[in-house]
Write a protein of this length. Structure first.
Length: 120
C-alpha cells in the first residue's frame, strides 16, 4: 500500500469516527415514575435479597397480584412491592395470603383486601 493510499484510508476512517461520534445519542435515563426500577436486580449474585428503599406510606392497600401455593410459601404484589407473610407494607403486617385476598394487621385491627381485578 502506498503512502497516498494509507493517507486516504486514514482520512476516510477518521471522518467516519468524527461523523458517528458527533451523532452519538445522549445516555438513556430510565424514568421509573415513582415505581421500582425494573432494571435494578432484586437478588445479589450470591442469592441474597436486596432491601430497596420503601415508598412513602400511601394510606391505602392495593393487592395487584397473588402467587398462591397452599403447600408452600405464597407471595403477593401489594402497592407495587412483592411481599410475603410477615412482611410489612406501610404500617401493615401481612398475616395471610390466600388465593384471592391478603389479610393485614395494623394496631390490632385486621383488614382483608381482595385482589384488584383489571378494570376495577
Amino acid at each position: 500500500m502506498s503512502n497516498n493510499s494509507l493517507f486516504i484510508s486514514a482520512v476516510v476512517l477518521g471522518s467516519w469516527f468524527i461523523v458517528h461520534g458527533a451523532c452519538a445519542q445522549d445516555e438513556f435515563v430510565y424514568d421509573a415514575k415513582g415505581k421500582r426500577n425494573p432494571f435494578i436486580p432484586l437478588v445479589t449474585s450470591e442469592g441474597r435479597l436486596l432491601k430497596l428503599d420503601k415508598q412513602e406510606a400511601r394510606g391505602d392497600l392495593t393487592v395487584e397480584g397473588i402467587i398462591f401455593d397452599k403447600e408452600g410459601r405464597s407471595f403477593a404484589i401489594v402497592n407495587g412491592a412483592v411481599v410475603g407473610i410477615g412482611d410489612n407494607v406501610d404500617a401493615y403486617r401481612i398475616l395471610t395470603i390466600e388465593a384471592s385476598r391478603v389479610t393485614f394487621i395494623r394496631e390490632g385491627q385486621i383488614t382483608e383486601v381482595e385482589i384488584n381485578k383489571e378494570g376495577e
